[in-house]
Design a protein around this ligand. Structure first.
Ligand SMILES: C=C(O[C@@H]1C=C(C(=O)O)C=C[C@H]1O)C(=O)O
Length: 423
């Protein structure tokens, strides 16, 4: 095991853990069926991934050093753990789930569950993790049936749609005046349910409707994101960059024509190029060789289509998946170009706190391999009122952006969560 990420002196001590992963033959095809309640952790794509519950260890952290602190904590935790992994696939053994705030002020966390149930390439397993020296036996796997959410109402979040369009118009003026090239502006929408929301219900809907996205759940933040910030697996680094979006109509022939127009749209290609550059520049110091596609492809999702580029590289150093995510965040896909100017403008005009929306969300193993996506197409359960969730969506603004079209784009991006809640 080698992690060459920085260790900060004086960081929080991590507990000693005992970990055991064993093959299991009673794992459901739908991993999320095993979550005993709505507070569980999840990372699922195309039926593979892992879900977990309980907290054998947890780090809550904020500030500009949050990534370094989290890496130092994880490095300590890994060093002190006794791991018996009888499965040996990505996701087995000692694994943490995590979710990071968009800004330095927003809270971030890493969680190591007590139980993990996973499936990968035909292998299913159960991992038990305990802070004590005596490891409990693996639990009997139960399948649960969550209750539907009921009739959900939606209300404006921090801004009405009209006010948000005005903010976009302001950003276009500032871009045209030469202050910056691109800024990503987001808005929120409040979902109000008649009863406390069992997060397993929307999670299950998301995983079924968006199998090509990563369906995630970390501490009340749930969603199905199409954007892979970074994956590190056995020395290979990959990232899927998305920027440039068009809504789908539901008519396949028309959608194909729209996809062709997206691939030719100079406004979207420019917006996309900013995002690809920011990822390639951040990964370059960590890669021996890199493949950055010259032209994007069109990614078809049920609600929208995106310009997409898969960037790949061979790891040049021991930077962990989280270290790479830290180097990439915030990419131009969720912040803008130049980064500092865009970040300041977001703070000045967006008018809300993003929390963990548009921050890295994912998982990592003891070797530092893992996957971190960008927390998009998601909602945050209200910790003070379990009948409420805040849903988020944003759009990249460049000189050629039309505020009404950007508002419509955010509405299309809110569809996955609205539908999952049963709208
Ligand atoms: C900000 C969001 O999406 C990002 C912005 C995109 C765009 O502006 O075209 C596309 C994909 C994401 O990188 C979101 O989904 O909320």
């Amino acid at each position: 095991m080698s992690l060459s990420d920085p260790v900060r002196p004086g960081h929080r001590p991590a507990p000693s853990l005992v970990v055991r992963s064993r093959p299991a033959d009673d794992v459901s095809e739908a991993l999320m069926d095993h979550l005993p309640d709505g507070t569980g952790l999840a990372w699922v794509r195309r039926g593979e991934g892992h879900v977990g519950w309980g907290a054998a260890a947890k780090l809550e952290v904020a500030g500009s050093n949050r990534f370094a602190e989290a890496q130092a904590w994880w490095k300590d935790l890994v060093a002190g753990a006794v791991v018996r992994d009888e499965v040996g696939v990505p996701g087995s053994g000692l694994v943490c789930f995590g979710s990071f705030g968009f800004t330095d002020a927003d809270p971030s966390e890493l969680v190591v569950p007590e139980v993990i149930v996973g499936r990968r390439g035909g292998t299913a397993w159960v991992t038990t993790i305990s802070p004590a020296s005596a490891l409990p036996p693996p639990p009997e796997l139960t399948r649960y049936e969550p209750e539907p959410v009921g009739q959900v109402a939606f209300a404006d979040g921090s801004r009405s749609g009209t006010d948000w369009s005005g903010i976009v118009a302001d950003a276009v003026r500032r871009i045209t005046a030469g202050e910056l090239d691109k800024v990503v502006l987001a808005r929120d929408l409040i979902a109000l349910a008649p009863e406390p929301i069992d997060l397993r219900w929307p999670l299950r809907q998301l995983a079924a409707a968006y199998p090509n996205c990563w369906t995630f759940s970390v501490d009340g933040l749930i969603g199905a994101t199409p954007e892979l910030l970074v994956r590190r697996e056995k020395g290979l680094i990959t990232s899927r960059v998305l920027a440039g979006t068009i809504r789908r109509t539901g008519d396949d022939a028309h959608d194909l024509a729209l996809a062709a127009s997206l691939a030719r749209s100079s406004k979207d290609l420019e917006e996309h190029e900013f995002a690809v550059r920011s990822v390639a520049d951040a990964l370059e110091p960590h890669c021996k060789s890199m493949n950055v596609p010259e032209t994007p492809f069109v990614l078809h999702l049920p609600n929208v289509m995106h310009l997409a580029s898969d960037v790949a590289g061979v790891a040049a150093n021991g930077a962990s998946a989280l270290g790479l995510a830290a180097a990439l965040h915030p990419s131009a896909a969720v912040c803008g170009t130049p980064t500092d100017v865009a970040r300041d403008l977001i703070g000045e005009i967006e008018g809300m706190s993003r929390g963990r929306f548009s921050g890295p969300v994912g998982w990592m193993d003891a070797a530092g391999d893992g996957e971190w996506c960008i927390a998009l197409r998601c909602g945050q359960a209200d910790p003070a009122d379990p009948t409420r969730m805040r849903l988020f969506a944003g759009a990249g603004i460049v000189a050629g952006s039309d505020p009404e079209a950007e508002l419509a784009e955010t509405n299309a991006k809110l569809v996955p969560m609205r539908d999952a809640l049963g709208d």
